[in-house]
Design a protein around this ligand. Structure first.
Ligand SMILES: [Zn+2]
Length: 98
């Protein structure tokens, strides 16, 4: 008897939250108003806008990056790793680049 009670209790605890969630989901789907969403979308976003290209100090970012290059720096005298230009220390071995 006690085992049966425990089984029923466990079933209720495991099934009830799922049923409640499904009920909430179906209720929300029933409340959804697609026409309202489309109308508001058309009012506030009349045409899809394309994001502007990223810029750096007013110049196109890809042009800036191609000028500098991926690694425009020097080679580390300690470990030989390429480092970015304008740095004083190697990012690999932390030795002085100059
Ligand atoms: Zn180094």
């Amino acid at each position: 008897m006690e085992g049966l009670l425990w089984l029923a209790f466990t079933l209720v605890l495991s099934v009830l939250p799922s049923l409640l969630f499904l009920g909430l989901w179906r209720g929300l789907m029933a409340l959804r108003d697609d026409e309202l969403v489309q109308r508001l979308d058309a009012e506030h976003f009349p045409e899809t806008t394309i994001a502007p290209r990223p810029t750096f100090l007013g110049k196109d970012i890809e042009a800036v990056l191609s000028i500098r290059g991926p690694r425009g720096g020097s080679e580390c005298p300690n470990c030989g790793a390429q480092s970015a230009s304008g740095v004083d220390y190697c990012e690999q071995c932390l030795g002085s680049v100059e």
